[in-house]
Design a protein around this ligand. Structure first.
Ligand code: URP
Ligand code: ZN
Ligand code: ZN
Length: 469
């Protein structure tokens, strides 16, 4: 019999399909036993009355991504992964973003250098394809997919990143040929440009007008167009950071036609609205992200979509810019037009507690759906399953012990990101991760970091196996 390193006793184990009482035996960083009365082990953890879930997988976060205009992201691969771990996330999949004119390979090499010996939890990379040249499409992308970079994001908006429809179709064709997953940021760029010009001409430049410049119709059109291109090429896509009832409607429409359209949303679209951007002074800049938070009707539509299978993934889209910082939200001062404020908000640490509290505690989703949305589906979609994303014999011992009754008031001081604010300041949540294990190592216990930089391992992703496929 294999000697156990750790036994987590009396746990209420939750997977995407089941809830059952069991001990968990861990040896060599993987789960080696599930059952009653396991042991003994060198480390004994009593989880009586506690849920034990798979460690979260956050498949949409931006760490140490170079920005234009002398702006910098707050978090690198150390602070970003430390923050993630404190919130119950044990795997992150940030982006390696190709700059226009850069080779994809150079982008990947650059991000590996940036990660260096920093991550405290395991990580993989999505690519961002911003310049799909002939060489990228013919050689680089297929080669990188085969090396374990099996997903990539494309943009329909942002001047320096956006692709034309023709380019999107070419990228989708490579994904179909190679069996990769394309993530799409779906907003109509030209509509945003026109609306923005109109608003600026009228002097409507306060942070709130960011939301006005990117209304749900802009997302609806982009979503429909992306779905159509996916149908025409015959390859699935994953729509990222879906925010509005209009976009949800488009995805339901696609599902009704039998199309394989996957979708991700984020906590900001579940608990924030555009009213947050209307906070006094420049405070609204703290909530500027794209797409912007919407209204309560959209919140309800997204919650319904989570409960009914429209969405497979809840990620954070953590893109943290410090607020009180000339390299962050105040790059152009407190009176700058919303167009000059960097887009993105922090959330890698609050993703799991917010969904647990607002979703499970409040009865909007059940525990198994919580696990599916925060870990299992992402592992399947991005080729990390069953090593990651579940509690099963042979899976990595990435597990989270939850105190479902613990009430916590979220404040920036409590969190571990290098960002100087949280959009969820003062929000009371019920349910908090108390102990977080990564490959059997306790990395966070009762708010204390136990992991050392560099212990996180780079993961090569396999081909996507989306749930239900
Ligand atoms: O505003 C956002 N979402 N910033 C991050 C970049 C992106 O489009 O996901
Ligand atoms: Zn995006
Ligand atoms: Zn993003």
């Amino acid at each position: 019999m294999v000697e156990l390193d750790t036994v987590i006793r009396n746990a209420v184990v939750v997977t995407a399909s089941d809830v059952f009482e069991s001990d968990l035996g861990i040896a060599g960083g993987v789960i080696t036993a599930l059952g009653r009365g396991l042991g003994p082990a060198r480390r004994e953890v009593d989880a009586a009355g506690r849920y034990v879930t798979p460690g979260g997988i956050d498949t949409h976060c931006h760490f140490d991504q170079p920005m234009r205009d002398a702006v910098t992201l707050a978090d690198d691969f150390l602070t970003g992964t430390v923050s993630a771990a404190h919130g119950g996330t044990t795997t992150v999949v940030p982006f390696a973003c190709q700059l226009p004119g850069q080779s994809l390979r150079a982008a990947v090499d650059d991000y590996h250098r940036r990660a260096g010996a920093k991550p405290v939890i395991d990580y993989a990379f999505h690519l961002i394809v911003a310049d799909p040249t002939e060489a990228v499409l013919r050689d680089e992308l297929p080669a990188l997919i085969r090396e374990g970079y099996t997903s990539f994001k494309i943009y329909m908006t942002y001047e320096s990143l956006k692709l034309s429809d023709r380019q999107i179709i070419s990228v989708l064709a490579v994904a179909r040929h190679e069996g990769a997953m394309v993530m799409v940021h779906a907003e109509n760029s030209d509509c945003i440009a026109w609306l923005t010009e109109e608003l600026e001409r009228q002097g409507r430049i306060a942070p709130y007008f960011h939301a006005v410049s990117r209304p749900p119709a802009v997302e609806r059109e982009g979503t429909h167009r992306a779905i159509t291109m996916s149908e025409i090429v015959g390859t699935p896509i994953l729509l990222v950071h879906v925010s509005s009832a209009d976009a949800v409607e488009q995805i339901r429409w696609a599902h009704g036609r039998g199309l394989k359209i996957l979708a991700e949303t984020c906590p900001q679209y579940l608990v924030l609205t555009a009213d947050h951007l209307d906070a006094p002074g420049f405070e609204g800049a703290k909530y500027i992200c794209s797409p912007p938070p919407r209204d309560e009707a959209s919140q309800r539509a997204v919650w319904q979509g989570l409960a009914s299978g429209v969405f497979q993934v809840v990620s954070s889209d953590h893109a943290a810019f410090r607020f009180d910082d000339p390299a962050g939200k105040k790059r152009h001062g407190e009176h700058a037009s919303f167009t000059r404020v960097p887009n993105g908000i922090p959330g890698v640490e609050t993703r799991m507690p917010l969904l647990f509290s607002e979703g499970v505690t409040k009865g909007r989703i059940d525990l198994q759906t919580f696990v599916a949305l925060t870990a299992t589906n992402a592992a399947k979609i991005y080729g990390l399953y069953p090593r990651k994303g579940t509690i099963a014999i042979g899976s990595d011992a990435d597990v989270v012990v939850w105190d479902a009754e613990r009430e916590v008031v979220i404040t920036s001081d409590l969190l571990h990101s290098a960002c100087d604010y949280t959009p969820y300041e003062g929000m009371r949540v019920r349910g908090w991760p108390t102990t977080v294990f990564s490959r059997g190592d306790p990395v966070v216990d009762e708010g204390k970091l136990l992991a050392t930089p560099g212990r996180g391992q780079f993961l090569r992703c396999g081909r996507p196996h989306p749930p239900g496929a």
